[in-house]
Design a protein around this ligand. Structure first.
Ligand code: UD1
Length: 378
């Protein structure tokens, strides 16, 4: 049994790490293909080292480009690798251009596609990630859903058998499921929970060497195109962050895309020199997990961080109008503020933990084992 795994961005490396370990334990031969969509060391190679991922068998080095050209160049490189490897299945993660390119290249060669994080929707058709995830789901044969909501969505789109269960399958059930049912969708839980739980357990005993700004501080992350690429929106968000930073110190690991936009719009100097804001390079996964767990509140537009906040039990304010992770909002851990907030300061200062416990609906930390159990049966 041979699998080619397509990765290319930071969150994909984080998600692929526990799955790689589970595949290896199950005796499945895995070849990693890195498209190079994220190419800075602290967004890519540093994660290969930190998460002990096997070195990629293929590195396409595609880098930044227009969406169309980037996706086309990836398809060409992935197709060549798949023709050399002839794998039994291709694994793709999430909703990036690398995800879609991997799925299209495999679909054209008639290779089974396993989509990890299938069934998520923002219902915003103009969002590049929404286009990628919809198309990838519609050409995948093994739809590995992280939640019951995702399974229901695939049923509504005619992609999952109406009898498909929504409850998270046990590992034993995964070993007997009828994977010939086409297309096959299953709630295996979220592989990011696997990554988060193992990293948190490690850092409880070995805290990473990072100074926290204060007892109470805000963690800020920002990188979605709809927030960074429009100078008016980015400038509005930054003014709101300045206001918040007068009340609570802000720790801001700056995504390369965001830094580039801040520089282009002449905002970088002001952000960097603001006394209430500490800018950092992108943090390692261990460090960001530690910072999140210790923050008073998190302000973000990241999908993964909204979810991690709810699992770690830290209130979160999200600078988007919608989220794919609806459970974080319905449980009260996350508030959607949009990207033109009137007062980010009020929203962040008043964000409180709800009465409900930190969320467990995203899984039990064994999603990767379920993927390995299902793939072993192909
Ligand atoms: C991705 C998906 C998104 C999905 C989410 C969760 C993309 C473009 N989108 O994006 O739709 O909902 O994964 O599965 O892939 N982190 C660090 N260091 C830092 C900052 C963040 O390690 O300095 C970690 C976070 O802890 C988190 C991950 O990176 O695990 C998030 O990556 P991010 O780049 O924010 O992508 P998402 O928006 O989560």
């Amino acid at each position: 049994m041979k699998v080619v795994t397509v990765v290319g961005t930071r969150p994909q490396l984080i998600k692929a790490a526990p799955v790689s370990r589970a595949l290896s334990a199950a005796g499945i031969d895995e070849r990693l293909l890195d498209t190079g969509q994220h190419y800075d060391d602290d967004m890519s190679q540093a994660f290969f080292r930190e998460l002990a991922l096997p070195p990629p068998a293929y590195s396409l080095g595609v880098g930044s480009d227009t969406h169309g050209r980037m996706t086309a160049r990836m398809i060409e490189g992935i197709e060549a690798a798949l023709m050399t490897e002839s794998p039994d299945a291709v694994l793709v993660y999430g909703d990036t251009n690398s995800t879609l390119a991997g799925a299209l290249a495999a679909a054209k060669l008639g290779i089974q596609i396993g989509h990890v994080e299938a069934g998520l929707r923002s219902f915003r058709p103009s969002m590049p990630e929404e286009i990628n995830r919809r198309l990838t789901d519609h050409c995948s044969t093994l739809l590995f859903c992280p939640t019951a909501t995702a399974v229901r969505q695939l049923k509504a789109e005619g992609l999952a058998h109406p009898d498909t269960g929504e409850a998270q399958e046990s590992l034993e059930q995964c070993q007997t499921l009828d994977i010939a049912t086409h297309p096959f969708a299953v709630n295996i839980g979220d592989v990011m929970v696997d990554a988060l739980l193992s990293t948190r357990a490690h850092y409880e005993h070995h805290p990473p060497a990072i100074d926290l700004p204060d007892d109470d501080f805000v963690l800020l992350t920002l990188h979605r195109a709809e927030n960074t690429d429009d100078p008016e929106i980015l400038s509005h968000i930054i003014r709101q962050v300045f206001d918040l930073a007068t009340a609570l110190p802000v720790l801001f690991p700056v995504h390369p895309r965001t830094r580039e936009c801040l520089e282009r719009y002449g905002l970088w100097q002001e952000v960097q020199s603001h006394p209430g804001i500490r800018c950092e390079s992108p943090l390692s996964y261990g460090a960001v997990t530690w910072v999140q767990a210790n923050a008073k509140v998190i302000v973000t537009d990241s999908g993964g961080i909204q979810k991690e906040a709810a699992i770690l039990g830290v209130p979160c304010v999200t600078l988007r109008d919608e989220t794919e992770w609806v459970e974080t909002v319905s449980s009260g851990w996350n508030r959607l503020l949009g990207n033109r907030p009137e007062s980010l300061r009020d929203a962040a200062l008043h964000a409180e933990a709800p009465r409900s416990a930190p969320l467990t609906c995203f899984g039990d930390g064994h999603a990767a084992d379920r993927i390995a159990a299902i793939l072993s049966r192909i």
